[in-house]
Design a binder for this molecule. Structure first.
Ligand SMILES: [Fe+2]
Length: 278
């Protein structure tokens, strides 16, 4: 199917609607913090999750959902022993592994999946600033807060997130890709299940992440340009490989009515700034 998009656009560049004056300082802070703090991996199971478009399955390379299912019992015992939390012996039959699923992977499990089985984790610099337990709750702030690490190493980033025009924020994370890695093409939900696009802002302070949305019907990429963008994550999206590290900051929540009205108005009036990446 073709792109659903946002108010008739394949994506929207929010740069003209937000105060991004602090973004250069935030960029310096994030780069320094990524050098000082441990990071996790994310992605790595898009094929087994069934969220990739037909004909692109191979781009996921080695998928940890498939690897875990194919482990011998002895290998699975080793894998269980590397968890940070208690993983039942029958977890393979009763639940799913991965971030925001039944059994989140520990750092040790991710590394073992990579070095022993060749699993490809597209995002190898992943930092949860506001952890979220279940994907469906990503806009709900109940019981959540910025981590101690976020408050210590990312204070300007935390302040910027507080300043964004959300009525509530339920999830915030940094997603970095190593040089030459690609973000596998996938979508975050089924368009038929969507009443309206989920609210989030992706900030790319360096403006160097080649995120794209993918039209399955025309088989065309549209690059999502801008330092602060919103796209429909129920459309297929991926990140092109580049010969250098790059990252973005994603903040999920509920937009305030004024921002949503301004986005709708700008899109409906044909404002070219909404897709020009300025
Ligand atoms: Fe996604």
């Amino acid at each position: 199917m073709s792109l659903v998009g946002i108010f008739g656009r394949p994506f929207v560049d929010l740069s003209s609607l937000l105060d991004l004056s602090g973004l250069d300082d935030v960029h310096e802070e994030i780069c320094l913090a990524l050098a000082k703090t441990p990071v996790d991996y994310t992605g790595g199971s898009h094929r087994s999750m069934g969220i990739m478009p037909k004909g692109h399955d191979a781009e996921a390379l080695r998928d940890y959902g498939e690897v875990i299912r194919a482990m011998t019992d002895a290998q699975f015992e080793t894998f269980r022993g590397l968890a940070d939390t208690d993983v039942p012996a029958d977890a393979r039959a009763t639940g799913e592994f991965g971030e925001e699923r039944d059994y989140p992977l520990s750092r040790r499990q991710m590394l073992w999946l990579k070095v022993r089985f060749g699993v490809y984790f597209p995002w190898k610099a992943y930092v949860e600033l506001i952890p979220n337990r279940a994907w469906k709750d990503k806009s709900d702030p109940t019981g959540k807060d910025f981590t101690a690490r976020a408050k210590t190493f990312f204070p300007k980033t935390v302040a910027l997130i507080h300043s964004l025009p959300f009525t509530q924020v339920g999830r915030a994370n940094i997603m970095g890709l190593e040089a030459n890695d690609h973000g596998t093409l996938h979508r975050d939900g089924e368009p038929k299940d969507q009443a309206a696009p989920d609210h989030f802002i992706t900030l790319c302070p360096a403006g160097d992440k080649r995120l794209y949305v993918w039209d399955q019907e025309t088989e065309e990429k549209t690059f999502v340009m801008g330092r602060a963008v919103w796209f429909n994550d129920f459309d297929f999206h991926g990140v092109d490989a580049e010969p250098h590290f790059r990252y973005s900051l994603r903040v999920d929540g509920i937009f305030d009515d004024d921002l949503l009205a301004r986005i709708r108005g700008a899109c409906m009036s044909g404002d070219p700034r909404m897709t020009d990446g300025a």
